[in-house]
Write a protein of this length. Structure first.
Length: 114
């Protein structure tokens, strides 16, 4: 039967081995990465491609300074003034009105203006 000391020694040996393997993997990946980068640079030079050619075109970059635009309300509860854009779940006031027999079009803001 193995003793506690032997098990601790085995554990320590396995941990050292794990660290050595992890170091070898990192070195291998680094060497591979360097080779791939050099190959990419060579291919780019052969085909006259620059780093700016690799950027996505046709899409505007997100403007972090711009606040997201608000969606205009489409429906209004005339009794409370609560509004709903028509997106997402229907609000409780509209669900209750629909269950009582009213139509959603009755709550359109354009209909209430006339």
């Amino acid at each position: 039967m193995t003793t506690l000391q032997e098990l601790i020694a085995q554990k320590d040996a396995l941990l050292r081995q794990q660290q050595e393997i992890a170091k070898s993997i990192a070195e291998f990946q680094s060497a591979q990465r360097s080779g791939v980068i050099n190959e990419i640079k060579t291919l780019m030079a052969q085909h006259g491609i620059t780093a700016s050619d690799l950027t996505v075109t046709g899409r505007k970059a997100a403007n972090p300074d711009k606040e997201p635009s608000k969606v205009a309300a489409k429906y209004r509860d005339p009794s409370t003034g609560s509004t709903w854009t028509g997106r997402g779940l229907k609000p409780r006031w509209l669900v209750a009105a629909l269950e009582s027999g009213r139509t959603q079009d009755e709550f359109l803001i354009e209909n209430q203006a006339h």
